[in-house]
Design a protein around this ligand. Structure first.
Ligand code: HEM
Length: 393
C-alpha cells in the first residue's frame, strides 16, 4: 500500500503572510501559472493566512467539484470574500441548505424566464452600442460594465430610470472594493465600512420594492424578484425575505463584472481579427433574419466556439476555492481539515496535454473533429462544475 505524505511536504512555499496576499491579488491566474511551471501540478501556498493545496488539471477539477465535493466546503473556501459584503448567499452554502436554496432560485434561470429577459437585454445593448460611434475612444471594460450593470439593475433590482444607474454603480463599486479589502474594519471612512453602507442602501431599496410587490399577484411574475418571492418547493420551503435581498444583490454583482470581462476580451480579440469578424457576421446574417431570439443562440456554432475560446483564455474568475471538512487524498498526499484547496480554470485552460498550442487563439479547437474540451471531462471550466456550477451560465 502506498504511504501517503502530509500536504506540508508538497513542493511550493507559504511565503511571507500579507506580502504573499498582496503579490497574489489581481494576478491570481498568472501567479498560479508561474507556480505550476515551477512546482508541477500539486503545490502548496498561503492565502489570507490559510494553508492551501493547489491541485492542477482536469482530474483534480473533477475530484474537487464532484467526486469529493461532500468532504469540501464552499463556505470555508469563499466566506472571506462573500459573507461580509453579501451575506450567506447560495455560493457559500453547503449541502442540504445549498440544494434547497438552489432549487428555489432555479425558476428564475430556466429557459422561459431567460427568454423573457431578452427584450430588456437587447434594448440596453442597442442603446449602449449606438452611443459608441459618437464617443471616439472608449475604455471598453468601463462601458461594458455599465451596460451589464444596467441589465442586472433593471432585471434584478427593478431600476426603471437610467439616471439611477450612476448611483447603483457607485454602490456596487463600493461593495466590490469592500469584498477585496484586507482591512475589515467597519467604519464610515474605511473601504470595508463604505461597502457595508452600500449594502444597507441596496437593501433599503429592495425592501421598498418587495413591499410593493407583495400587494401584486406574484403568480404572474416573470422577473427574478417575483419568481424568488413566489418560489415554494414540494416540502413547503420558501426563501426568507432577508435571503432574497442578499441573493439579488449578490447576483447583480456576480453577473455583471464577469460578463463585462468576457465581453471586453471578445471585443478585443474581434478588433484584432478581421477573419473572425467576417465569419461571425456571415453566420449571424444567415441565422438571424429579423429580431434575435433565444432559439437563434443555439444555431450559432461559430459564435459558440468563439465565445468558448474567450472563456478558455480569459476566464473572469481564475480559481475556485474550497475548505477541507473531511480529509481527502490526492496524488499521494493527505490533505487534512483546516486546509484550503484551490483549483484553477485559468491554468487548466493552458495545459498542453488538453489544448494544442494553448497560448494560441483558435476557436476552431472546439469544432467537430477536434473538440479539445470534450476529450477529458472538466477541461473547460469557466463557469465551474458540479453542484455549484454557475447558475447564470
Ligand atoms: C461570463 C459570465 C460568468 C462567469 C465566467 C461565471 C463564473 C462562475 C463560476 C466559476 C462559478 C462557480 C464558483 C464555485 O464553484 O465556487 C459561478 C457560480 C455562480 N454564478 Fe456565475 N459566472 C458568470 C455569470 C453569472 C451570471 C450572469 C449570474 C447570474 C445572473 C451568475 C451567478 C452565479 C451564482 C449565483 C453562482 C453560485 C452558484 C452556486 O453556488 O450554486 N454568474 N459563476
Amino acid at each position: 500500500m502506498q504511504q501517503l505524505k502530509s500536504a506540508l511536504e508538497m513542493p511550493g512555499s507559504f511565503g511571507v503572510p500579507i506580502l504573499r496576499d498582496l503579490q497574489f491579488a489581481g494576478k491570481e491566474g498568472y501567479s498560479l501559472l508561474q507556480s505550476w511551471q515551477r512546482y508541477g501540478s500539486v503545490f502548496k501556498m498561503q492565502l489570507l493566512g490559510q494553508k492551501c493545496a493547489v491541485l492542477i488539471g482536469a482530474e483534480a477539477n473533477k475530484l474537487v467539484l464532484v467526486e469529493q465535493a461532500e468532504r469540501l466546503s464552499s463556505y470555508l473556501g469563499w466566506r472571506y470574500f462573500v459573507e461580509p459584503a453579501f451575506g450567506k448567499t447560495l455560493m457559500i452554502q453547503d449541502g442540504q441548505q445549498h440544494s434547497t436554496t438552489r432549487r428555489l432560485m432555479m425558476p428564475a434561470f430556466h429557459g422561459a424566464a431567460i427568454a423573457s429577459y431578452l427584450e430588456t437585454m437587447q434594448e440596453i445593448v442597442q442603446a449602449c452600442l449606438s452611443g459608441w460611434a459618437n464617443l471616439g475612444e472608449i475604455v471598453l471594460i468601463d462601458s461594458l460594465r455599465k451596460m451589464t450593470l444596467l441589465v442586472g439593475a433593471k432585471l434584478l433590482l427593478g431600476v426603471q430610470a437610467e439616471k439611477e444607474i450612476d448611483e447603483i454603480e457607485q454602490l456596487y463599486n463600493a461593495q466590490l472594493q469592500a469584498s477585496l479589502s484586507l482591512l475589515r474594519v467597519n467604519l464610515l471612512f474605511t473601504t470595508f465600512g463604505k461597502g457595508q453602507l452600500a449594502r444597507a442602501l441596496l437593501k433599503q431599496r429592495l425592501e421598498a420594492m418587495i413591499t410593493e410587490r407583495r400587494n401584486q399577484n406574484l403568480q404572474s411574475s416573470h422577473d427574478a424578484l417575483g419568481l424568488f418571492l413566489a418560489a415554494i418547493d414540494s416540502e413547503g420551503n420558501a426563501l426568507p425575505l432577508n435571503q432574497i435581498m442578499d441573493e439579488i444583490i449578490h447576483l447583480v454583482n456576480a453577473s455583471h463584472f464577469t460578463t463585462a470581462g468576457m465581453l471586453s476580451w471578445a471585443m478585443f480579440e474581434l478588433a484584432a481579427r478581421a477573419d473572425w469578424r467576417e465569419r461571425l457576421s456571415e453566420e449571424l446574417e444567415q441565422v438571424v433574419k429579423d429580431e434575435l431570439n433565444i432559439e437563434h443562440l443555439r444555431q450559432l456554432p461559430q459564435m459558440t466556439n468563439f465565445l468558448k475560446e474567450i472563456e478558455r483564455l480569459y476566464p473572469p474568475t481564475s480559481l475556485i476555492i474550497r475548505g477541507v471538512v473531511k480529509e481527502i487524498e490526492y496524488a499521494g498526499y493527505r490533505i487534512e481539515p483546516g486546509w484550503t484547496i484551490i483549483i484553477s480554470q485559468f491554468v487548466t485552460h493552458r495545459l498542453p496535454e488538453i489544448y494544442t498550442h494553448p497560448e494560441q487563439f483558435d476557436p476552431d479547437r472546439f469544432a467537430p473533429g477536434r473538440e479539445e474540451d470534450k476529450k477529458v471531462p472538466f477541461s473547460l471550466l469557466g463557469f465551474g462544475g458540479g453542484a455549484h456550477v454557475c447558475i447564470g451560465r
